[in-house]
Design a protein around this ligand. Structure first.
Ligand SMILES: Nc1ncnc2c1ncn2[C@@H]1O[C@H](COP(=O)(O)OP(=O)(O)OP(=O)(O)O)[C@@H](O)[C@H]1O
Ligand SMILES: [Mg+2]
Length: 371
């Protein structure tokens, strides 16, 4: 069983935009660097919003082909933005200026009545999840070199968002589904900045709890306190998922609940960290480097956010520019399951005590109420 905290709360699902009078707002002069598409342009590009490639908490994604031949992913937001048209456009303009090799590029958007649509570059190889869960055939592509490239690319993309973009951007929902792969399998982080479109005048938590159990930093889940270190936690869990080929949380009738971070910590304590590596790799990976990556993962999920490295430092650790052989790793913070936790600054339930792994800090959640 998978517990996911990733959902939208106050968003009414919008019907697929069909029979429609085009009210699209065209590129206002004040946003010269961003492309605003007309509704018709996007309708034509997607053959009437037919070729749906996926659906997430923010809406449906369609594959499209623009008139100039460019393939695009057209995300029709299912939520009503809290923002007015101009603010929405300003946000799109800001997001499309954030460019990095490891970030999915936002090409532009469309504002048309209540419809809000985002247009991204199209990622041919879908998300890391497709490889992870795609059976043996897909997993065969998932060599050590590709896993290494994905971990490093995501780290660099996040470091850019955290450290080079001013003001910095928190991703809030780093997970395998949000790591897309282009035609060359270059990893690109998607959906950064998206939650900002819906959080006008509200706390970060009130419209959508960003995060999925297993990736979610405990302090964020409990107190709603969001910092760059919450993204660092999610990144650490992601590294373990990529290297082990196993989901961050899972439920299996034979083995019961499985939490990857906890498992990794136990293996680390037992000095058998390499046991975590994906058996489908058949041992074909450099052991020292694999251990280094797993240790970086463990450093990133430490319970105390202050001990987690900032992303630029994590990049250096992965590249071996910072030696971590002797670094002491403290226990991770783990959310074991959901028991009545109300995420939000006012309604935080503390009854589900924290559990660190030495002192066993388990964050109990079951049937979470997220507001
Ligand atoms: N730029 C893109 N290129 C190709 N496919 C994409 C692109 N963006 C999204 N997709 C596909 O659409 C699916 C839905 O994406 P979306 O971001 O809406 O949701 P998600 O990330 O899967 O879930 P959540 O909303 O919980 O984060 C993805 O799983 C992916 O398969
Ligand atoms: Mg996504």
């Amino acid at each position: 069983m998978k517990f996911s905290l990733s959902f939208s709360v106050c968003f009414a699902p919008a019907p697929a935009p069909e029979e429609h009078v085009d009210h699209s707002i065209h590129a206002p002069q004040s946003f010269p660097n961003v492309h605003f598409y007309s509704y018709k342009e996007l309708k034509d590009a997607t053959q009437g919003f037919r070729n749906k490639v996926g659906e997430g908490g923010f809406g449906s994604v369609y594959k499209g082909r623009l008139q100039n031949g460019t393939h695009v992913a057209v995300k029709v937001l299912s939520a009503e933005s809290n923002q007015g048209e101009r603010e929405f456009m300003a946000e799109i303009a800001a997001m499309s200026n954030v460019r990095h090799e490891n970030l999915v590029r936002l090409l532009g958007g469309c504002v048309d009545g209540n419809n809000r649509i985002l247009v991204y570059e199209y990622m041919e190889n879908n998300s890391v999840v497709q490889i992870l869960l795609g059976g043996e055939h897909n997993k065969a592509k998932f060599t050590w070199d590709l896993r290494r490239k994905i971990c490093l690319g995501v780290a660099r993309g996040l470091a850019y968002l955290h450290d080079e973009v001013k003001p910095h951007i928190l991703h809030r929902d780093i997970k395998a589904r949000n790591i897309l792969l282009d035609g060359e399998f270059t990893p690109k982080v998607s959906d950064f900045g998206l939650s900002k479109l819906f959080t006008d005048n509200m706390t970060h938590i009130s419209t959508r709890v960003a995060g999925t159990l297993g990736y979610l930093a405990p302090e964020y889940a409990i107190s709603g306190r969001l910092t760059r270190k919450s993204d660092v936690y999610s990144f650490g869990a992601l590294v373990m998922e990529i290297l082990s080929g196993r989901p961050v949380v899972d439920f299996n009738l034979e083995l019961g609940e499985h939490n990857l971070v906890e498992k990794a910590w136990n293996m680390y304590k037992g000095k058998e960290l390499l046991e975590l590596m994906d058996p489908t790799l058949r041992g074909e990976f450099p052991q020292e480097e694999a251990i280094q990556f797993l240790k970086v993962g463990l450093l990133c999920v430490q319970e105390d956010p202050r001990l987690r490295p900032h992303m630029p430092k994590a990049v250096k650790m992965l590249c071996n520019e910072i030696d971590i052989k002797e670094v002491q790793i403290m226990p991770p913070g783990i959310i074991m399951d959901l028991v009545n936790v109300k995420v939000g600054s006012k309604n935080t339930s503390t009854s589900s005590a924290t559990k660190g792994s030495t002192s066993s800090s388990s964050w109990g959640f079951r049937s979470a109420t997220l507001i």
